[in-house]
Design a protein around this ligand. Structure first.
Ligand SMILES: CC(C)(COP(=O)(O)OP(=O)(O)OC[C@H]1O[C@@H](n2cnc3c(N)ncnc32)[C@H](O)[C@@H]1OP(=O)(O)O)[C@@H](O)C(=O)NCCC(=O)NCCS
Length: 118
């Protein structure tokens, strides 16, 4: 095993509880793929948002920002060692609707007769 992601489902909201890639395997896109797989599972289970906490100033923060997560709150002394965390959120239903709209706009440009949603 080179890494894992742990996702907790709570009704419409899902939470990334843990995401870890082994040191020897980092920087190869595995963390991105694990996170995307967790999002796909959350969507398949009806989730409307994915939430998580991440250490401030960590490498993981960049990964989450790259995939569309935004900081909603700073939590002081969140970790056992006194470290602070950012709470992050991604509205996955909104992203899906935007994707569908983008696809539809492209389709309409190619074929103006297309009017129905995907
Ligand atoms: C965070 C973690 C899961 C990323 O896994 P990974 O397989 O290395 O991630 P990826 O290769 O998919 O990289 C994704 C993005 O993370 C960021 N990143 C990865 N390695 C980085 C590094 N050494 N320095 C800065 N940013 C880095 C980059 O933004 C990168 O995107 P880019 O390659 O397009 O620039 C991994 O570093 C890890 O296990 N860290 C320790 C545990 C941890 O912090 N987990 C998160 C807790 S919420």
């Amino acid at each position: 095993m080179v890494g894992y992601v742990c996702l907790i489902m709570r009704k419409q909201t899902s939470r990334i509880y843990s995401l870890i890639v082994g040191k020897a395997y980092r920087g190869k896109g595995i963390g991105t793929k694990l996170l995307e797989a967790a999002e796909r599972y959350a969507i398949s289970q009806g989730a409307e948002a994915v939430r998580l906490e991440v250490r401030c100033n960590s490498k993981a923060l960049r990964l989450y920002q790259k995939l569309g997560y935004t900081v909603v709150e700073k939590k002081l002394n969140y970790y056992g060692d006194g470290g602070d965390a950012f709470s992050m959120n991604k509205e996955i239903v909104q992203h899906r609707i935007e994707d569908v709209e983008t696809i539809n706009i492209k389709r309409k440009r190619q074929n103006p007769a297309v009017t129905t949603a995907a």
